[in-house]
Design a protein around this ligand. Structure first.
Ligand code: HEC
Ligand code: HEC
Ligand code: HEC
Ligand code: HEC
Ligand code: HEC
Length: 216
């Protein structure tokens, strides 16, 4: 009787078992690698088209974060200010500065500035600024002391492990609404008491094991 399958197919189940085992190892390895703190962009610090300095505008001039990042309390996205926000001052202040030439150009032509994005979560991750700000998590807990940065650098890994570590126990990161943009806030002595009250008052529940909380 003629053979329907060539002889090597006798080993096919073995090959596919080994193959399945290997791909499982690869998948586990990839998840472990990408979700771990080893795969991060901490320190990522691109050079921007205009040398805008948070140190000058926040620390020295005293501007609040929300003056420019107007979406942060009301929407998922903090937002980068439009050129008009800069020109409100810079039509009078340093109107001849070479460093501000791209800003004047952008304003004159109505073409938005091409700022380079520093912090970026993958598309399959859902992040919402307003939920965190409303709960009392301040900018510096996630972005570091921006007021001391001439050039913005990424301060935390933005990895799944990082998100979940805080979600599991956010107590040390909850502050009164008045301190949200304070870049040097540290938990006071009665922090545990404040955190307990805040969690009850605002019914704070951050997703930990609920995957769809962050992957929608
Ligand atoms: C005068 C306007 C202005 C103020 C005030 C301001 N920023 Fe910004 N911010 C910008 C601009 C413009 C950029 C984009 C250029 C850059 O990254 O430096 C930016 C970028 C950022 C980024 C990086 C965005 C990204 O691409 O990931 C963070 C984080 C940030 N700001 C946080 C803050 C915080 C926190 C404060 C308050 C302590 C603040 N900013 C105050 C204008 C402002
Ligand atoms: C509230 C007013 C105000 C706003 C709004 C403002 N600036 Fe400024 N900016 C200043 C002042 C004042 C200085 C000068 C600081 C110094 O050197 O003493 C300055 C300095 C600068 C410089 C340095 C210029 C040079 O030649 O040294 C740059 C670049 C700059 N700003 C960019 C921006 C950008 C981009 C925006 C919008 C995102 C912006 N500024 C918004 C007030 C402002
Ligand atoms: C709980 C952590 C956390 C807090 C608190 C937080 N951020 Fe962010 N921020 C992030 C993450 C994560 C991203 C990247 C989001 C993405 O790619 O969708 C980001 C991105 C940004 C960006 C660039 C993208 C955008 O949304 O416009 C700006 C600007 C910014 N943050 C400003 C602020 C300011 C200002 C505050 C405080 C008022 C603040 N952030 C508080 C975690 C945080
Ligand atoms: C420093 C602490 C802290 C960090 C870091 C943090 N979170 Fe949160 N997050 C919270 C707290 C507190 C809440 C609870 C808000 C509430 O229940 O009102 C929350 C709530 C959320 C929610 C639910 C919001 C809603 O609308 O239901 C999502 C989604 C979320 N976080 C995503 C993330 C992601 C993604 C990251 C990492 C990139 C992250 N968080 C990092 C503290 C943090
Ligand atoms: C608090 C928010 C949060 C929760 C809850 C969460 N994740 Fe994530 N997850 C993230 C973030 C943020 C990343 C992106 C990490 C990075 O960019 O390094 C991520 C990445 C991943 C990745 C890696 C994808 C890749 O391409 O590397 C997998 C897989 C994943 N999550 C699965 C899950 C599963 C399964 C659950 C439920 C048990 C879960 N996540 C719950 C925030 C969360």
């Amino acid at each position: 009787m003629a053979q329907i399958f060539p002889k090597w197919t006798n080993k096919a189940p073995l090959y596919s078992a080994v193959g399945a085992g290997l791909s499982l190892i690869v998948v586990v390895g990839l998840v472990w690698y990408y979700a771990s703190p080893w795969y991060t962009d901490v320190g990522y610090r691109p050079i921007q088209p205009v040398p805008y300095s948070h140190k000058v505008h926040v620390r020295d001039l005293g501007l609040d974060c929300r003056f420019c990042h107007t979406g942060v309390e009301i929407s998922p996205v903090a937002g980068i200010p439009p050129t008009k926000t800069c020109m409100n001052c810079h039509n009078m202040i340093l109107p001849e500065s070479d460093r501000l030439a791209p800003i004047r150009e952008s304003f004159k032509n109505g073409t938005p500035m091409q700022w380079i994005r520093v912090h970026k979560s993958p598309d399959y991750v859902y992040f919402d600024h307003s939920a965190h700000i409303t709960a009392g998590v301040g900018c510096s807990s996630c972005h570091g002391n921006i007021a001391e940065m001439d050039v913005v650098a990424q301060f935390k890994p933005l990895s799944m492990g990082w998100c979940i570590t805080c979600h599991r126990n956010p107590d040390d990161f909850l502050r009164p609404a008045s301190e949200i943009t304070n870049m040097t806030w540290t938990p006071p002595a009665n922090q545990a008491e404040f955190a307990a009250k805040q969690k009850e008052l605002l019914d704070i529940k951050a997703p930990v094991t609920d995957c769809t909380g962050c992957h929608r």
